[in-house]
Design a protein around this ligand. Sequence first.
Ligand code: ADP
Ligand code: ADP
Ligand code: MG
Length: 500
Amino acid sequence: MKKIQKLLVANRGEISLRIMRTAKEMGIKTVAVYSEADRDAPHVKYADEAVCLGPPPSNQSYLLMDKIIQACKELNVDAIHPGYGFLSENASFARKVTNAGIFFVGPSPEAIEVMGSKLAAKHAVSKYDIPMVPGTEDAISDIPAAKVKAQEIGYPILIKASAGGGGKGMRVVENEAEFEEQMQRAISEAQSAFGDGAVFIEKFITSPRHIEIQILGDQHGNVVHLFERECSVQRRHQKVVEEAPSAVVSDTMRQAMGEAAIKVAKACDYYGAGTVEFIVDEKLNFYFLEMNTRLQVEHPVTEMITGKDLVKEQILIAEGQPLGFTQEDLKIHGHAVEVRVYAEDPRNNFLPDIGNLQTYIRPQGSGIRVDDGFEQGMDIPIYYDPMIAKLITHADNREKAMDRMIRAIEEYQITGIETTLGFCKFVMEHEAFRSGEFDTKFVEKYFTPDKLDIQWTDLELKLLGAAAVELFEKQKNDLRKVKSMQDGTMPRTKWKNRLL
Ligand code: ADP
Ligand code: ADP
Ligand code: MG
């Protein structure tokens, strides 16, 4: 079996570094790619070799398939890892890479194609008895017919772009009067964002949880699942806090979800690492949402609780090796939480806040992992996703993992830009999160910017008041003394003795 000797990571930032670290441990040489905006980035310095792809915008650099493949040929690269985002879910890239005789560290182009379309994915899994959110099975072309269907499903409904991703391309419709207008908007948004105007309808689950299953499959038909991750704390349908395992998933539910996820993988002859996303309603019924055919941003929480290096597994699978373990070998050890540290201002609607990382000091200590791609003094470029880092904590149980996260957030020092750290601390301390009784509405329900101001408890306020009174009395006293000193009523030496 051919072993990978040299791996090019077609990505940037934290995920590029994270992948190269594993490659180094496996004795594989690494090649980074970069845009002019990332010339001095840590991922470029870390790699054994690096290739500049072009100007900062992604379509002139990180998305240039042929240029990346050309670089592989020139540098004798035998494998490409696409990371997440960028070209990771691009079937034609996977095909080009394979046709050039280079290993693609990921699934087959066919699996990417099927799962890249939410509608095609639903069709593919429909034979496998997997619970699905009620909705239309095909793209909507006939508005009156779609209205009838929406009525049947019952409002509110969600219009979704079949090619959507990253939380984009979704519109909630509350009633029939809004239907047509929202539909037209959704179609034109989908067309401009994804180059594909196909949209469909799903029942809008009002207070759902987002729970997903990590799977690994080899090229010999073996598929296992590595349990669940809960990612219900989201803003703009995008995850900010994730954890494994979920606070509400029982062993029975885990097994049922795991089996469903494996069926989804088998429905498209999946190999590689993949994630099957489910939406879970208040009664803990779960429904298939979509499959992401790549390494997921939040994969570290799974690594922490299973002890598996998912990138290493991806590389071994790409080489054609069979999985080195079975479902029974996998166990959950403790609990892990991840927060995404974004260069965003939670006080201002989580809008990106780029600038210079004037201070950047990472937390340290037992059970803490920081996956990042920046150093102090660097600028956060405006061209890419504003995620600065992922902060992950691991402990024996959920409560300790959350407490460790609070400690880690307090140690993390970032100045020069606004970040989501304070918001993440708010989540870790919030009663709903701590009790496990939360859903994707968490931010909407509980968060307002004033929650980031220092919150004093009643006791603290009383103590503060008492301290202020004491200080005031002391100053009044001192003032009296100074006054009497000036009046000459108290000798200077005596005053001095009093002070000492
Ligand atoms: P995950 O599902 O792994 O949690 P996200 O949904 O946050 O990941 O997306 C991961 C990255 O990929 C983000 O940088 C996001 O902006 C990007 N991304 C995902 N899907 C798309 C897409 N269809 N088009 C553009 N960017 C995408
Ligand atoms: P993307 O490809 O953008 O990740 P998903 O289908 O995974 O799209 O949905 C992203 C998020 O949007 C989910 O995690 C959930 O919060 C919300 N969502 C998706 N579908 C529904 C639904 N039918 N009802 C309620 N919320 C939904
Ligand atoms: Mg998703």
